[in-house]
Design a protein around this ligand. Structure first.
Ligand code: SAM
Length: 298
């Protein structure tokens, strides 16, 4: 595909042999009608398609009536495969990178390839389209002026709670990806760390037949999920309203106190934690002592 009118202008210099372009092509996150005509056009014209999973992407290419040379590029072989793809680009072949769903590099492979392609001065051109983050945020009804995409939370409880605690005071809307088999555990930890009333919106099976949004306070949404027989099926985007501005002095919120207690407990015995937290917040030492014991049990 060397003479496309819409081809990026930043190709190799006039006297160099033309090098190939690396196209980063977004594909549907469920509904095949979301594949853009431009994406389809680029896929039909490139020489090679780098895919995460050849069987999965083979079905997409088959749906488009395309027979393409596919090269598997995933987390475990990206470094090695990137090298041979870069050689093909240098030799003048055009390559499209796609992932199993949505936009490549967004919690998907491709970083090593794109980084090295840019280092070598090759043209990297994005073909935009579906992405679960933006799809979910666009319909969630949460503030979108500032959001922080966190990707997948750690799989183990301790790591997950630590990661969440670090985000407790973040003011931007938080966005996580979560798999069906971990969504309940993740929601339980979210309730523990952010409290029952923090607003959350879950987008499940977006663009698919059973697309569902669950929204409300964390405790309420957890109950909805637990009582819905289909609640834990499918893929999820979890969106959490950012923290309210931190209050000081006597208006110190319960969540801040929990965070303070946790921080102090990492260094001090419970009695000292209660005394120090009482000093800092003006709250009752006994109440804080009890709360510290509860948190310690968690
Ligand atoms: N690159 C993709 C993108 O652009 O969104 C994301 C790939 S990441 C490996 C897969 C995760 O994205 C899923 O575990 C889920 O959290 C989220 N996701 C993908 N498709 C989704 C959908 N249709 N509905 C809800 N979440 C989805």
């Amino acid at each position: 595909m060397k003479s496309e009118a819409d081809e990026p202008a930043s190709r190799a210099g006039k006297n160099d042999a033309p090098k190939g372009t690396l196209y980063i092509v977004a594909t549907p996150i469920g509904n095949l009608e979301d594949l853009s005509p431009r994406a389809s056009n680029v896929l039909s014209k490139v020489d090679v398609v780098a895919v995460e999973d050849t069987r999965h992407s083979g079905r997409l290419l088959q749906h488009l009536g395309l027979q393409k040379r596919m090269i598997a590029l995933h987390d475990h072989n990206e470094r090695a495969r990137a090298g041979s793809l870069l050689d093909e680009l240098e030799a003048g072949l055009d390559v499209a990178l796609i992932s199993d769903a949505g936009t490549p590099l967004i919690s998907d492979p491709g970083y090593v390839l794109v980084r090295e392609a840019r280092n070598r001065g090759l043209t990297v051109s994005p073909i935009p389209g579906p992405c679960a983050i933006v799809t979910a945020l666009s319909a969630a009804g949460l503030p979108t002026d500032r959001f922080l995409f966190v990707g997948f939370l750690p799989a183990k409880r301790t790591g997950r709670r630590t990661a969440l605690e670090e985000l407790g005071q973040e003011r931007a809307t938080l966005v996580f990806y979560e798999s069906p088999h971990r969504i309940l555990d993740a929601m339980r930890d979210l309730v523990k760390v952010f409290g029952e009333s923090r607003e959350v919106v879950l987008g499940r099976e977006l663009t698919k037949t059973f697309e569902t949004f669950y929204s409300g306070g964390m405790g309420e949404v957890l109950e909805k999920l637990e009582s819905d027989p289909h609640g834990t099926k499918g893929e999820f985007v979890v969106m959490v309203r950012g923290a309210e501005p931190v209050e000081t002095g006597e208006e110190c919120g319960a969540l801040d106190v929990d965070r303070l207690i946790r921080l102090l407990m990492a260094e001090l015995p419970v009695k000292k934690v209660a005394r120090m937290a009482a000093e800092l917040t003006g709250l009752s030492k006994n109440v804080l002592y009890q709360r510290a014991l509860e948190l310690k049990q968690d």
